[in-house]
Design a protein around this ligand. Structure first.
Ligand SMILES: C[S@@+](CC[C@H](N)C(=O)[O-])C[C@H]1O[C@@H](n2cnc3c(N)ncnc32)[C@H](O)[C@@H]1O
Length: 285
């Protein structure tokens, strides 16, 4: 069964995602696409990657947003329509959503599907495949399936790399980190998750199929002023860690209380390490 994600959480993280993703790799991905590309997004959630990447690709383009959660996909279309209107684009609803932008039409469709075995999506016929905050959820087996199916450029944004730092340091940081890492490795519907090893797993799966793989840092940098985001991150880390470290629950609860006080006082900041990854098939650059 697929892991569920809260749409409000995806909305809260959207500006941090947008600030963090590598525009250099996105531009290289756009350069590798044909005119009027068909783009397949895996685990699209509420559409945050499309709103960031479609303007970088530019021109007419078609997107198919795939996710197991129909509520998130509906939110993706509605939020993208509102966002398009705010950009001054004409919005049309027929067979999905179309945004009429000054340099071309963006046709956006949605497919509810479980991508755990990739059989439900036609990866081979897309001109480009994209995802964001997805590959750390999947397993080594899933990467092997992707390697067999993928024929086109892949842009995978915001893969956690395990280099996280709450500042200032706290005595229980190590316990929280260990518990949080264990939670990242649990099965989220794809088999045991690769977690912070997503980049290495993707390279192992794609390089033997002739892909050139490159990556760039895309860390979240959450400043003291972003109090609500910091509080969400503190609660998320503490909740995940205490599930896996029952013997350290007292220390983790004290860590959470101290971190929430620091956040409220504007004395906490956080860096979450991510990598963006671009994979280009042989002969495309
Ligand atoms: C961390 S969220 C990222 C969402 C979006 N890409 C973003 O960056 O905001 C992971 C997404 O993967 C979807 N997902 C998880 N498991 C899935 C599965 N087995 N099949 C399809 N979608 C899945 C979730 O519903 C969720 O929307």
């Amino acid at each position: 069964m697929s892991e569920s994600f809260d749409g409000d959480w995806l909305a809260q993280r959207e500006p941090f995602d947008a600030a963090a993703r590598s525009r250099t790799l996105a531009a290289a991905f756009a350069d590798a696409l044909p005119e009027q590309p068909v783009i397949l997004e895996l685990g699209a959630g509420a559409g945050s990657l499309l709103r960031w990447l479609a303007p970088i690709i530019g021109g007419s383009q078609a997107w198919l947003l795939v996710d197991a959660d129909p509520v998130l996909l509906e939110r993706a279309l509605l939020t993208t329509a509102e966002w398009g209107e705010a950009q001054g684009f004409a919005v049309r609803w027929r067979n999905g959503l179309t945004l009429l932008t000054p340099d071309g039409a963006w046709r956006i469709g949605a497919q509810v599907a479980d991508i755990a075995d990739l059989g439900a999506v036609d990866i081979g016929s897309a001109d480009g495949v994209v995802c964001s905050a997805l590959l750390d959820l999947v397993s080594a087996r899933w990467f092997a399936l992707l390697g067999e199916a993928l024929r086109s450029p892949l842009l995978s944004c915001l893969n956690v790399d395990g280099h996280d730092a709450f500042r200032p340091p706290h005595a229980a940081d190590a316990a929280v980190r260990i518990g949080f890492r264990r939670d990242q490795a649990r099965d989220k519907g794809f088999g045991p998750s690769v977690g912070h090893r997503a980049e290495a797993a993707l390279r192992r799966a794609l390089v033997p199929h002739g892909f050139e793989v490159m990556s760039a840092a895309s860390d979240w940098r959450i400043p003291p002023a972003a109090v609500e985001m910091l509080q969400s991150m503190v609660r998320g880390h503490a909740g995940a860690a205490s599930r896996w470290m029952p013997s350290a629950r007292g220390a983790i609860a004290a860590w959470q209380a101290a971190r929430l006080r620091q956040a409220a006082a504007g004395r906490l900041s956080l860096r979450i390490g991510h990598r963006d990854i671009l994979a280009l098939p042989n002969g495309v650059s």
